[in-house]
Ligand binder design. Structure first.
Ligand code: SF4
Ligand code: SF4
Length: 195
Protein backbone atom coordinates (compact mmCIF):
# COMPACT_ATOMS: atom_id res chain seq x y z
CA UNK A 1 0.00 0.00 0.00
CA UNK A 2 1.47 3.41 -0.99
CA UNK A 3 1.34 6.49 1.29
CA UNK A 4 -1.68 7.75 -0.69
CA UNK A 5 -3.52 4.52 0.01
CA UNK A 6 -3.04 3.05 -3.52
CA UNK A 7 -2.24 -0.65 -3.77
CA UNK A 8 1.21 -1.26 -5.40
CA UNK A 9 1.97 -4.16 -7.72
CA UNK A 10 2.69 -7.40 -5.82
CA UNK A 11 6.43 -8.09 -5.41
CA UNK A 12 7.44 -4.49 -6.28
CA UNK A 13 9.08 -3.94 -2.88
CA UNK A 14 11.04 -7.20 -3.22
CA UNK A 15 12.29 -6.19 -6.70
CA UNK A 16 13.31 -2.74 -5.44
CA UNK A 17 15.17 -4.30 -2.50
CA UNK A 18 17.01 -6.76 -4.76
CA UNK A 19 17.95 -3.91 -7.13
CA UNK A 20 19.52 -1.98 -4.23
CA UNK A 21 21.39 -5.13 -3.11
CA UNK A 22 22.75 -5.74 -6.62
CA UNK A 23 23.82 -2.11 -7.00
CA UNK A 24 25.66 -2.20 -3.66
CA UNK A 25 27.33 -5.56 -4.44
CA UNK A 26 28.90 -4.23 -7.64
CA UNK A 27 30.20 -1.04 -5.96
CA UNK A 28 33.71 -0.93 -4.46
CA UNK A 29 33.67 -1.12 -0.67
CA UNK A 30 34.75 2.02 1.20
CA UNK A 31 35.28 0.20 4.49
CA UNK A 32 38.78 0.64 5.91
CA UNK A 33 40.24 -2.20 7.97
CA UNK A 34 41.35 0.01 10.87
CA UNK A 35 43.45 -0.63 13.02
CA UNK A 36 45.19 -3.09 10.66
CA UNK A 37 45.19 -0.45 7.92
CA UNK A 38 45.82 3.14 8.97
CA UNK A 39 43.48 5.73 7.46
CA UNK A 40 44.92 8.22 5.00
CA UNK A 41 44.13 11.50 6.71
CA UNK A 42 44.68 14.94 5.24
CA UNK A 43 48.05 16.22 6.51
CA UNK A 44 46.49 19.13 8.40
CA UNK A 45 43.83 17.07 10.21
CA UNK A 46 42.81 18.24 13.68
CA UNK A 47 43.88 15.19 15.62
CA UNK A 48 45.42 16.57 18.80
CA UNK A 49 47.05 19.78 20.03
CA UNK A 50 50.83 19.66 20.39
CA UNK A 51 52.85 22.08 22.54
CA UNK A 52 56.27 23.51 21.72
CA UNK A 53 57.17 24.34 25.31
CA UNK A 54 60.19 26.55 24.58
CA UNK A 55 57.98 28.92 22.57
CA UNK A 56 55.45 29.38 25.37
CA UNK A 57 55.85 32.66 27.29
CA UNK A 58 52.92 31.92 29.65
CA UNK A 59 50.99 34.89 28.25
CA UNK A 60 47.74 33.01 29.10
CA UNK A 61 46.00 34.12 25.90
CA UNK A 62 45.08 30.56 24.88
CA UNK A 63 43.62 29.75 28.32
CA UNK A 64 41.62 32.99 28.35
CA UNK A 65 40.21 32.54 24.84
CA UNK A 66 39.38 28.83 25.12
CA UNK A 67 35.56 28.67 25.06
CA UNK A 68 35.56 25.48 27.15
CA UNK A 69 38.08 26.60 29.78
CA UNK A 70 39.91 23.33 29.32
CA UNK A 71 43.49 24.69 29.30
CA UNK A 72 45.17 24.81 32.72
CA UNK A 73 48.40 26.79 33.08
CA UNK A 74 50.60 27.39 36.14
CA UNK A 75 53.90 29.22 36.20
CA UNK A 76 56.37 31.02 38.44
CA UNK A 77 58.71 33.96 37.90
CA UNK A 78 62.45 33.58 37.67
CA UNK A 79 65.16 36.25 37.79
CA UNK A 80 67.60 36.33 34.91
CA UNK A 81 70.80 38.27 35.53
CA UNK A 82 71.98 39.88 32.31
CA UNK A 83 75.67 40.90 32.47
CA UNK A 84 75.95 44.69 32.16
CA UNK A 85 72.22 45.32 32.74
CA UNK A 86 71.19 47.75 35.51
CA UNK A 87 68.89 45.21 37.15
CA UNK A 88 67.91 41.58 36.80
CA UNK A 89 65.15 40.69 34.36
CA UNK A 90 62.22 38.45 35.15
CA UNK A 91 60.85 35.66 33.03
CA UNK A 92 57.94 33.27 33.37
CA UNK A 93 58.71 29.60 33.80
CA UNK A 94 55.99 27.15 32.79
CA UNK A 95 55.14 24.69 35.57
CA UNK A 96 51.93 23.23 34.24
CA UNK A 97 50.26 23.22 30.81
CA UNK A 98 47.39 20.72 30.65
CA UNK A 99 44.60 20.35 28.13
CA UNK A 100 41.50 18.36 29.04
CA UNK A 101 40.59 16.62 25.79
CA UNK A 102 37.34 15.34 27.29
CA UNK A 103 36.13 18.98 27.17
CA UNK A 104 38.05 20.27 24.14
CA UNK A 105 35.85 20.79 21.08
CA UNK A 106 38.78 21.10 18.65
CA UNK A 107 37.80 24.61 17.60
CA UNK A 108 41.45 25.64 17.18
CA UNK A 109 41.01 29.05 18.83
CA UNK A 110 43.95 28.43 21.20
CA UNK A 111 46.22 27.68 18.24
CA UNK A 112 44.99 30.73 16.32
CA UNK A 113 45.50 33.17 19.19
CA UNK A 114 48.91 31.96 20.39
CA UNK A 115 51.25 34.81 19.39
CA UNK A 116 54.39 32.67 19.69
CA UNK A 117 53.50 29.55 17.64
CA UNK A 118 53.66 27.35 20.72
CA UNK A 119 50.52 25.34 19.86
CA UNK A 120 50.10 23.26 16.71
CA UNK A 121 47.65 20.75 15.24
CA UNK A 122 48.97 17.22 14.96
CA UNK A 123 47.07 14.61 12.88
CA UNK A 124 47.69 12.04 15.66
CA UNK A 125 44.36 10.64 16.82
CA UNK A 126 45.17 7.42 18.67
CA UNK A 127 44.98 8.65 22.25
CA UNK A 128 41.67 7.25 23.39
CA UNK A 129 41.44 6.19 27.03
CA UNK A 130 39.20 3.83 28.95
CA UNK A 131 38.64 6.43 31.67
CA UNK A 132 37.50 9.93 30.66
CA UNK A 133 39.65 11.40 33.46
CA UNK A 134 42.75 10.13 31.66
CA UNK A 135 42.09 12.54 28.79
CA UNK A 136 43.74 15.34 30.76
CA UNK A 137 47.16 15.55 29.13
CA UNK A 138 50.13 17.43 30.54
CA UNK A 139 52.89 19.43 28.86
CA UNK A 140 55.15 16.38 28.46
CA UNK A 141 52.48 14.46 26.60
CA UNK A 142 51.54 17.52 24.52
CA UNK A 143 55.24 18.05 23.76
CA UNK A 144 55.69 14.42 22.70
CA UNK A 145 53.22 15.06 19.87
CA UNK A 146 55.38 17.85 18.37
CA UNK A 147 57.37 15.50 16.05
CA UNK A 148 54.07 14.44 14.43
CA UNK A 149 53.19 18.03 13.44
CA UNK A 150 53.55 18.40 9.66
CA UNK A 151 55.84 21.18 8.39
CA UNK A 152 54.04 24.38 7.41
CA UNK A 153 53.05 24.72 3.76
CA UNK A 154 55.64 26.34 1.53
CA UNK A 155 55.42 30.11 1.19
CA UNK A 156 53.61 31.35 -1.92
CA UNK A 157 56.41 32.59 -4.20
CA UNK A 158 54.13 35.32 -5.54
CA UNK A 159 52.97 36.38 -2.06
CA UNK A 160 54.42 39.20 0.05
CA UNK A 161 57.48 38.24 2.13
CA UNK A 162 56.84 37.69 5.83
CA UNK A 163 57.84 40.44 8.28
CA UNK A 164 60.83 38.33 9.42
CA UNK A 165 62.01 37.75 5.83
CA UNK A 166 61.67 41.44 4.97
CA UNK A 167 63.66 42.42 8.09
CA UNK A 168 66.40 39.86 7.32
CA UNK A 169 66.64 41.08 3.71
CA UNK A 170 66.89 44.70 4.89
CA UNK A 171 69.62 43.84 7.39
CA UNK A 172 71.53 41.94 4.71
CA UNK A 173 71.24 44.90 2.32
CA UNK A 174 72.81 47.30 4.86
CA UNK A 175 71.70 50.38 6.84
CA UNK A 176 70.99 52.53 3.76
CA UNK A 177 68.53 50.05 2.24
CA UNK A 178 65.02 51.48 1.77
CA UNK A 179 62.31 50.20 4.12
CA UNK A 180 58.71 49.76 3.01
CA UNK A 181 57.76 52.93 4.95
CA UNK A 182 60.57 54.97 3.38
CA UNK A 183 59.65 53.70 -0.08
CA UNK A 184 56.02 54.71 0.49
CA UNK A 185 57.08 58.21 1.67
CA UNK A 186 59.38 58.65 -1.33
CA UNK A 187 56.69 57.57 -3.80
CA UNK A 188 55.16 60.65 -5.56
CA UNK A 189 51.43 61.01 -5.08
CA UNK A 190 49.29 59.96 -8.00
CA UNK A 191 47.42 63.04 -9.34
CA UNK A 192 43.65 62.73 -9.06
CA UNK A 193 41.86 62.44 -12.40
CA UNK A 194 40.89 65.87 -13.78
CA UNK A 195 43.63 67.80 -11.84
S1 SF4 B 1 40.77 23.65 20.52
FE1 SF4 B 1 39.24 25.09 21.33
S2 SF4 B 1 38.24 24.00 23.00
FE2 SF4 B 1 40.15 22.88 22.54
S3 SF4 B 1 41.65 23.70 23.94
FE3 SF4 B 1 41.82 24.90 22.06
S4 SF4 B 1 40.44 26.67 22.37
FE4 SF4 B 1 39.93 25.13 23.92
S1 SF4 C 1 48.96 31.61 24.00
FE1 SF4 C 1 50.83 30.48 23.40
S2 SF4 C 1 52.49 31.53 24.50
FE2 SF4 C 1 50.56 32.17 25.47
S3 SF4 C 1 50.28 30.71 27.18
FE3 SF4 C 1 49.19 29.87 25.41
S4 SF4 C 1 50.66 28.49 24.42
FE4 SF4 C 1 51.83 29.82 25.81
Amino acid sequence: MSEHGERSAPGKGLVNGLAVTLKTMTRRSTTQQYPDVQPELPPRSRGVIALLEENCTVCMLCARECPDWCIYIDSHKEEVVVPGAARARQRNVLDRFDIDFSLCMYCGICIEVCPFDALHWSPEFEYSELDVLDLLHDKDRLGAWMPTVPPPPAHDVLGEPSKEEATAARKAAGPGAPTAARTARARPETPEPGK
